[in-house]
Design a protein around this ligand. Sequence first.
Ligand code: NAD
Length: 271
Amino acid sequence: MTKHVDSARTAGRKHLEGKLEGKVVLVTGGGTGIGRAAVLAYAREGAKVALAGRRSAEIDATAHEVALMGGEALAITADVSREEDIRRLIARVNDHYGRLDVAFNNAGILGNFAPITQQTSADFDEVIAINLRGVWLSVKYQVEAFLVQRTGGAIINTSSWLAKGASVGSSSYSASKGALDALIRAVALEYGDQGIRINNINPGIIDTPMAHSSLPDASAFMPFIAHTPVKRLGEPKDIGDVAVWLASDDARFITGQSILVDGGYTIAGLR
Ligand code: NAD
């Protein structure tokens, strides 16, 4: 660690608020967009963070940002659609930090966003493998880890407004995210008495690389902004801050819920 980083760490530490002081938090898809914002938000609250993603350059860069603000982060490459990667990821977090308290299962893809006749079954399988099976696997092994620890824990998954709404091209994506909203209700019932809470965040349109990849250019966001009561796109931090809140004791009586964080975009009857 350079001298520069050490002094920044000391300075940054003064600003930590500590709502999750000492907690160990795992974030998937933590190198970019919403995941990166969540990693920074968790670290700001004093959590020790493990962040996973497929590309090491992005997760390493985010881990370095955490170090600069005086926090602790461990970057681990993993593909959430691979069961062996999920098992290795959770074992690595346990080896490094000795426990797991919170998981934010956020990794996801848009896939081939086209009308159903223009999608292949391979397109569907890819979206389901990452967005649904990847979260199912993550939740399974995270709950197992919480049960071994006997400490309870909090799980948050990134679903989407497209679990509840629709867009031309969203059939596979909406199916993957809608299934997440169903999945958590069962897990909430199964393990609530063990102190385990599980909730989804359903973001609206958030200004991330994924949102930009879905539209031809920035002007294409204008109709979405016009239809959003708060008159702006979401920022990744808007979701990261809710991910912190759901992980914290402030949300201790909330489980099995899918919470729209969309500036009002999906209020029924708005259009
Ligand atoms: P993003 O593309 O920046 O983030 C997705 C992250 O997931 C990337 O870091 C990517 O590398 C990672 N990832 C993808 N497949 C993976 C795999 N198999 N294993 C491990 N990591 C993988 O976009 P984002 O908008 O920050 O997306 C984060 C989540 O938010 C996604 O689940 C997405 O579906 C959801 N979401 C986004 C929006 C939006 O408007 N941006 C709206 C609703 C929901």
